[in-house]
Design a protein around this ligand. Sequence first.
Ligand SMILES: Cc1ncc(COP(=O)(O)O)c(C=O)c1O
Ligand SMILES: [Zn+2]
Length: 428
Amino acid sequence: MEDGRPRPSSRRRRPAAIRKFAKLPSVARIDHLECTKCGASIDATRPQTICPKDGGVLYVRYKLSALKPKFTTASLAGRMPTMWRYAEVLPEAEPVSLGEGFTPMLRSREFPNVYIKDEGLNPTGSFKARGMSAAVTMAKAYGLKKLAAPSAGNAGSALAAYAAAAGLQAYIFMPKDVPLANRVECETYGANVTLVDGLISDCARMVAERKEKEGWFDVSTLKEPFRVEGKKTMGYEVAEQLGWRVPQGIIYPTGGGVGLIGMWKAFQEMQDLGWIGAERPQMIAVQAAGCAPIAKAWDDAKPAAEFWPNAATLAAGLRVPKAYGDYLILDILKKSGGVALAVTDDQIMDAVREWGRVEGIFAAPEGAAALAAYRKLRASTFFGPDDTVVLFNTGSGLKYLDVIEDRKKSEHRLAPASRQIGGIIGPY
Ligand SMILES: Cc1ncc(COP(=O)(O)O)c(C=O)c1O
Ligand SMILES: [Zn+2]
């Protein structure tokens, strides 16, 4: 080294995107970043990814006790109806906002005590807007210029939109069979799109291989700390919209699980702020039967999930064969007295139609999986009719017109044959 001092052996060379960042943002509100595996305290004044020691996901920690006297539930009155109303527990930087968050909490017309949190009304039509608003806000504050992410679709759309709004470049890797809307959106927002013949895990590998050389900062799910911060605002909103009560259950369509992880973090923060007590909702992770690594790990009582081979489901956002934060998701399910379960694509499509017909909500297949799960949990008496349960519709069905139309065509093709042979399909 030029100064002759030995470099600590554990210190890794920083990626080019981080080495080049220009200015230090004000992070006064943030105390530090904390590793969720080893508890290490990490500096937030420069861009960070994961724990350098063990690859653990990093949580943003605030000085909540200092905030507590002034940041009260009453202080929210009259604030803007976006996720930035909770500014004190979000990054301290000029928000890159397109009006995300504070989505409607709709009372179900079918089930008394069930609420539908309609995230389809976010910018770019999904809850991914929240995470990307926070991540791009901090990326801009850190002076980063090029952001890259693998995406099942909606995260790509959101990154592309927020990068455009921030004047940054986005590099997005998506499976080639991603819903059409996602590809068209990303291109319209001026992102650099690569369609990959594979799954999101293959896309993630491509980003990881190229980021150093290209100078990209990787905003992959849970590989930077701020997407969780954006998504956690769903937890704040659930409590605020229910009058500072938490529901008995929250059903969350889980791919990478960032929303579930974020909401759980939010409940602890709200307790530390004195906004709620120690009560917690039972957190329910719903996955698609064709890609259910978390549900399988849950059934097998494992603390982490295994890679799910040949992942296949029409709910593109749930086609995540291995979640980076699997250990966090499984721990939350356990601590909350929740459960992970899988529903089939047929059940998902039935739920899309039911929500459309009965509630007037055109849900993303991922979101409709929450209704399919609720039905199962009611049938098994896990939830009773008096339990207040919040179902997350994570996106708008308008983003899946091609997927839904294709599905309809294949159902029509199969219907006559299934009738002829008494409901059993095949062999052909
Ligand atoms: C509409 C929708 N719902 C749910 C998910 C899963 O989200 P998470 O990765 O936070 O579990 C996705 C991910 O792409 C999505 O697009
Ligand atoms: Zn660590």
